[in-house]
Design a protein around this ligand. Structure first.
Ligand code: ADP
Ligand code: MG
Length: 397
């Protein structure tokens, strides 16, 4: 879905308050009743709030929900995008927004500039859009769970990605520097690079291969498995080493940088070995196919990697302690596993209920993702609700 920021400069302080109030209200109301919006926004004089509501609805940041038992609104993805951008702007993480440079499986990637004109990447997580069909199966699955909403899950993905990148960066792993996060978005350093997928040939495939395998092993030693270690998530930076410094000819050095962490898992996970082997296998196969390179030895192996693991240095433990709780990890993991189980199952489920309604939802989703918006998050822990809320009215407005 497109991020259209044209309206952002025209929103008044009161509009922002009302938008934030709708967000706040959607934590425990699928449809936020108008009187509740007024109450949370804390604005005096009813007509002012109504004016804000109608201008927010006009630019699609909130949507009126018809056929509800009461009159109300819900936040759209556009509204959530605006709130996140607004927060990044207030925190001076983002000064301006540039072009979209990528559409990932479940994200949109934009170039942004910092107040000091440094190039950065804004990643907006959009969980649930892998394919329309699997969205639906997943949504039905989530509907019956206590913590199921696209907004909530996208937020978890962003929070986790930021937490993982932060510890990895600190420990010297080659990952972009994480700069900030809000709601479903992460701001990070822009890596001037090509995804490995776009690299036709490398001068020394064996060297790059060894570096990538070492990265997988080092991650595991510190308690983490990337979980999606593929040619799209490995960015290749080219550094030219001038002839004079090297003594000989000018040389190009390749530096792999790892991105995309929402699905990262702990080496304590019940299926850790499978995920580890899968990451290894991914690199192996890709190098065979693309660069005709085959390693002399088998491995690396999970058991060997874990021999070098020291509990005190475990980063998975640290990520958990950073506020990304075990429950949040479970909620996200459940989703990722479902998504990985593939579209086939989802298609079957979909075919079975083809005639069962939800047609309006489907149309809306194809038009712009409206219908995947907040199912009732039903966050049962008030502290957690506070945390995932991100914006507290006092802070940001
Ligand atoms: P997804 O989870 O949707 O796969 P990714 O984080 O892998 O999202 O990003 C999608 C694409 O956007 C990447 O393959 C890469 O081309 C580009 N990209 C993402 N982050 C960066 C970054 N920090 N610097 C440069 N390009 C990036
Ligand atoms: Mg990716």
């Amino acid at each position: 879905m497109k991020l259209d920021t044209r309206a952002i400069r025209y929103l008044t302080n009161e509009d922002w308050r009302v938008l934030a109030a709708v967000e706040q209200g959607s934590k425990n109301h699928e449809v936020v009743p108008t009187p509740l919006i007024t109450q949370i926004a804390g604005l005096r004089g009813g007509s002012g709030v109504h004016k804000c509501i109608s201008s927010l609805a006009k630019v699609g940041l909130i949507a009126k929900v018809k056929n509800a038992r009461y009159d109300g609104y819900r936040l759209t993805y556009g509204g959530l995008d605006y709130l996140a951008l607004h927060t990044h702007r207030l925190r001076s993480t983002i000064f301006s927004l540039g072009n979209q440079i990528g559409v990932g499986k479940e994200s949109d990637i934009y170039i942004t500039a910092s107040p000091t004109n440094r190039q950065q990447v804004l990643k907006l997580h959009r969980l649930g859009r892998i394919s329309f069909r699997s969205v639906k199966a997943n949504r039905d699955y989530l509907r019956n769970r206590s913590t199921g909403s696209w907004m909530y899950l996208s937020r978890l993905a962003a929070q986790k990605e930021f937490a993982v990148m932060k510890v990895l960066r600190r420990e010297g792993f080659a990952v972009p520097e994480p700069i900030g996060w809000s709601r479903h978005t992460v701001v990070m350093e822009f890596i001037d690079s090509f995804p490995l997928r776009m690299v036709e040939s490398v001068p020394e495939p064996g060297k790059l291969y060894a570096e990538l395998m070492d990265m997988i092993v080092q991650l595991a030693r510190r308690g983490l498995i990337h979980g999606d270690f593929n040619e799209f998530n490995i960015l290749i930076q080219e550094n030219t080493v001038p002839a004079a410094m090297d003594g000989g000819e000018e040389k190009v050095q390749l530096r792999p940088v790892l991105i995309d962490f929402p699905q990262a898992i702990s080496t304590n996970h019940a299926n850790a070995q499978m995920y580890f082997d899968r990451d290894v296998g991914c690199v192996k196969r890709y190098f065979e196919r693309r660069f005709k390179y085959e390693a002399d030895e088998d491995g690396p192996f999970f058991q060997d990697a874990m021999k070098g693991s020291v509990i005190e240095q475990r980063l998975d433990v640290e990520v958990e302690a950073s506020g990304f709780s075990r429950k949040m990890a479970k909620d996200l993991e459940r989703y990722v596993e479902r998504a990985e189980d593939g579209v086939d199952e989802a298609e079957q489920a979909d075919a079975a209920e083809e005639d069962e309604g939800d047609v309006e939802d489907e149309d809306a989703e194809e038009e712009g993702g409206e219908a995947v918006l907040p199912q009732d998050p039903q966050v049962d822990d008030p502290k957690l609700a506070e945390e995932i809320g991100g914006l507290s009215l006092g802070d940001d407005l």
